[in-house]
Structures are given as structure tokens and as C-alpha cells.
Design a protein around this ligand. Structure first.
Ligand SMILES: *Cc1c(COP(=O)(O)O)cnc(C)c1O
Length: 464
């Protein structure tokens, strides 16, 4: 198994190299050169496997022999042992043909744990074998920082530094990061805004000397291994509902297009998928694209579903590659144009590839609150403001009434208690594993909004 860049000009890499590389050198994203395919019989033979065994079987072809099967199986089992539901990603029935797949039973209560819990272990395994170390640096406005910290804590080959804006993330979000007692976890509160934090991280990566000296790395959402890990739960849901003998549809609340692209990958691997309904909030670039065929950037406005507040969906480029007939040069051209003008159209014929499977739907904040209330009244389910956008999109856009629709629930309602309480009058409780969050000791350093100071701080900690 080899990996090529969507823009066609970067070196072709093996799995472990792609894992550590992240973005390709030509600005593109890595994808498998050839999709591994499972036949209907292969898929039938997956029925009844545990989540970890299913995950091992589905991901193994992507490794191309670069990690031994037994080692990989043990990393996978370890990654999902920390989920606090026996089914790892349980599937619930909401009504006759609508299902909810709960992806939020990991340590930080959001679906990003499904991929990041494995990613941290893969990094550690590959780096240790190479005798290398890495320093992960990232900025967070609250949500992704804790998932990255939980993924990297106690990993011997990794130091992780997460910058957050001092006093500007919620108490729950801050405590999920700062109460992790591991020696390799370093929280930095910057006296500035989220944009200041992000600019600082960008400047660190832009400083070639610092980047090499610290061996900076990222665990961002374009990393191929994150997509790979997310493919598994599409198989899991479809198997439970009759695959491969019956097609299934999916509804996915979408930001960077990583989650739903993983579903598309499952489809390319042989899973019969009838449709993807993608949901957005008021930052609806994808929905407008599905409606008009034109992708056009606008400013980002804050919403009740902050993890979907995006200006562009970085992983969309992977789908664009197929819409461009897998021509890297056409993707390069299209993306250069998009960067220049903020406007993207699909080269001739390519829109058909997308329209065949995808529909877009949007919910503004008022619609989100109404949907949370409606679902609670209809079936007693408390949904967070991201998950409910998936459910509502599945209801609104289902093309085939007899086909089961699985909506992906991406966060636990207690992660966004204010919105849930506003909509239903009920304040969702944190699950047991986090019940004592407010009694745990916090550990973080407050630093001024100064790049050199922050770089010195990181250098000193890594040396120690
Ligand atoms: C990241 C995130 C999303 C968006 O997922 P993408 O893969 O970026 O499309 C949706 N909901 C929650 C809760 C998230 O954390």
C-alpha cells in the first residue's frame, strides 16, 4: 500500500511515512494509491466481530506491512479499551428507520477520540522503533486540545504543548486539558485570543530552525491515519443493519469533512452506501456547494456548534481528487484558483460523482435549538448541538425511505450543557469518568502573548 498526494507532485510514501508527514510537500493531502476492496463475502465474514477486531481487520490493508499485524492489533485493542461503553460506538434506534451511532464514549466525550486514541499510539510505536521523538504543538479554542492531550499523554516518544487563550475557554474545556497529570503534557495559557495562539503555532512551524530542532509535529485533521480509523465505524453500523445485503445511508454533522470522507472511503472499499446527508450550521460552505455547485468562502461566525465553525473544509480536497478523475494536476489547478479567488467549481462532469451520493442541509442556531427540543420530546434523547444537526439532516434529506439512516452523534450532550439546557430545560450530567473534574488539580503556565517567550519555554521543557 502506497500513498499519493491529491496534487500529484509530492513523493509517494509508505504508511509510517504518511503518518508522520501530515500534509504533503506539494500542499496536497495523502490518499491510498489504490483502495483496498472487501467483497460481499469478506464483509459478511466480519459480522459479530468485536469493535477492536473489526477495526484491526479493516485497517490492516492500509498498513502495507509497515507495522506487524500482532503489534497493530494490540495498539488497536489498547486504544479502544479506554472507551466507557462495552460496544465502543453503540448504535441506538430513534424511530422506524433512523439510528444514532454514539461516537462520544471516549475520554474527552467527542468523536475525535475514536481516531486520536489510535493515532497517539501509532505515533509512539513508529517513533520508538525509529529511535526518534516528536514535539506536538497545537492551539485550541477548547475542543480539540483535550482530545490531542488524551491521545498523547504518557507516550514516551512524544511531548505535547497545547496553547489556549487565557480565561477564554470554558471551565470544563480548560479542566479537561489542565488536569491531566502526565509529565509529557504541557498546557500554556496565552494572554491573548485564540487567533493569537494559532498565529503563534503557525509561526513556530514556519521557523525552519525551530521546527527541526524540536521535531515539531501535528495531529491535525488532515492526517491520513485519522481518516483510516474513522472508516471502521461506518462498517460497524452498516454490518449491524444488514450490510452487505442491504444498503445504508449516513447523516454526518460536518466541519473539516474528515468524518464524512471516512464514510466515503468505506463506500470505495466495498460497503454499500446509498447516501450521505451532510449537516452544517450557519457556516454552511458545504451546503451551499451542494445546492449550487460553487464553493465560496465567507467569514466564520460563531455558532452553538463551535467544532463545525469552519471557513473551508480541508478534507474536501480528497473528494475533489475523485471528482477530478484522480488527476493531481487538475486538483492543483483548482486549489490554486480557490486560494486566489475564494471560489471553486468542479471541472466538467465531476459534480456528478458528488451529487450521486451527497446532499447538504443546514441549521442555524434557532433551528438547532428547536431540533434539540424536538428530538427530546419525540424520543427522550438529549442531543448535543453538533449531533442534532446530523439527525435533522438525516430526517430532512433522506432519499430512500426504506433504507436505514444512521446519524453520527459526535459529542456527548454534557459537553455542551448550556445549549442543551436552553433547548430542553434539562442540564445534562457529565458521565462518571468526569464527575470529579472540578476537584482535580490543574497544571498550566500562563505566558504573555510573545512568540520568542513561548518558543524558549517549549525549548526548555523539551530539554528537561
Ligand atoms: C470535529 C467535530 C465535528 C466535525 O467533524 P469533521 O470531521 O471536521 O467534519 C463535528 N462534531 C464535533 C463534536 C466535533 O468535535
Amino acid at each position: 500500500m502506497r500513498y499519493i498526494s491529491t496534487r500529484g507532485e509530492a513523493p509517494i510514501l509508505e504508511f509510517d511515512e504518511v503518518l508522520l508527514a501530515g500534509l504533503a510537500t506539494d500542499g496536497g493531502l495523502y490518499i491510498p494509491e489504490i483502495w483496498p476492496r472487501f467483497s460481499a463475502d469478506d464483509i459478511r465474514a466480519m459480522r459479530g466481530l468485536s469493535y477492536a477486531d473489526l477495526a484491526t481487520r479493516i485497517m490492516l490493508p492500509f498498513l502495507g506491512g509497515r507495522i506487524a499485524e500482532a503489534d497493530f492489533a494490540s495498539l488497536v485493542h489498547d486504544a479502544y479499551a479506554g472507551f466507557d461503553h462495552a460496544a465502543t460506538v453503540p448504535l441506538k434506534q430513534l424511530d422506524d428507520n433512523l439510528w444514532l451511532m454514539e461516537l462520544f464514549h471516549g475520554p474527552t466525550l467527542a468523536f475525535k477520540d475514536v481516531a486520536l486514541q489510535l493515532l497517539g499510539r501509532l505515533f509512539d510505536h513508529v517513533l520508538t522503533r525509529r529511535g526518534e521523538r516528536i514535539t506536538i504543538v497545537g492551539a485550541t479554542s477548547g475542543d480539540t486540545g483535550s482530545a490531542a492531550i488524551e491521545a498523547c499523554r504518557d507516550r514516551e516518544a512524544i511531548d505535547i504543548f497545547i496553547l489556549h487563550p487565557h480565561g477564554r475557554v470554558s471551565d470544563v474545556q480548560r479542566r479537561q486539558m489542565t488536569t491531566v497529570p502526565s509529565a509529557n503534557v504541557h498546557n500554556i495559557a496565552i494572554e491573548g485570543s485564540f487567533d493569537d495562539c494559532q498565529d503563534m503555532v503557525k509561526a513556530m512551524f514556519g521557523d525552519a530552525g525551530f521546527r527541526q530542532e524540536m521535531r515539531l509535529g501535528a495531529v491535525n485533521s488532515i492526517n491520513w491515519a485519522r481518516i483510516m480509523a474513522q472508516i471502521v465505524y461506518y462498517f460497524r453500523a452498516a454490518l449491524a443493519l444488514g450490510a452487505p445485503d442491504r444498503p445504508v445511508a449516513f447523516a454526518v454533522p460536518t466541519g473539516n469533512f474528515g468524518n464524512v470522507y471516512a464514510g466515503y472511503a468505506a463506500h470505495k472499499m466495498g460497503l454499500p452506501v446509498a447516501q450521505f446527508a451532510i449537516g452544517s450550521n450557519r457556516n454552511d460552505i458545504l451546503t451551499r456547494f451542494m445546492e449550487t455547485g460553487v464553493m465560496e468562502t465567507r467569514g466564520v461566525e460563531p455558532s452553538l456548534s463551535p467544532s463545525m465553525d469552519i471557513q473551508v473544509s480541508s478534507n474536501f480536497e480528497r473528494l475533489l481528487f475523485d471528482a477530478c478523475d484522480r488527476e493531481g494536476a487538475a486538483v492543483m489547478q483548482t486549489m490554486i484558483e480557490f486560494r486566489k479567488t475564494g471560489r471553486l467549481t468542479i471541472p466538467q462532469g465531476g459534480m456528478k460523482v458528488i451529487e450521486a451520493l451527497f446532499d447538504g442541509h443546514r441549521l442555524d442556531d434557532a433551528g438547532t435549538l428547536a431540533a434539540i427540543k424536538g428530538e427530546y420530546e419525540a424520543n427522550g434523547e438529549l442531543l448535543d448541538p453538533h449531533s442534532v444537526i446530523g439527525v435533522a439532516s438525516g430526517r430532512a434529506k433522506a432519499r430512500y425511505p426504506a433504507t436505514p439512516m444512521v446519524a453520527m452523534a459526535t459529542a456527548h450532550p454534557a459537553k455542551f450543557p448550556d445549549a442543551v439546557e436552553r433547548a430542553t430545560g434539562i442540564r445534562p450530567q457529565l458521565p462518571d469518568r468526569l464527575a470529579d473534574l472540578f476537584n482535580r488539580e490543574e497544571r498550566y503556565d500562563v505566558l504573555p502573548n510573545d512568540l520568542n517567550g513561548a518558543m524558549t519555554h517549549i525549548r526548555d521543557r523539551v530539554a528537561a
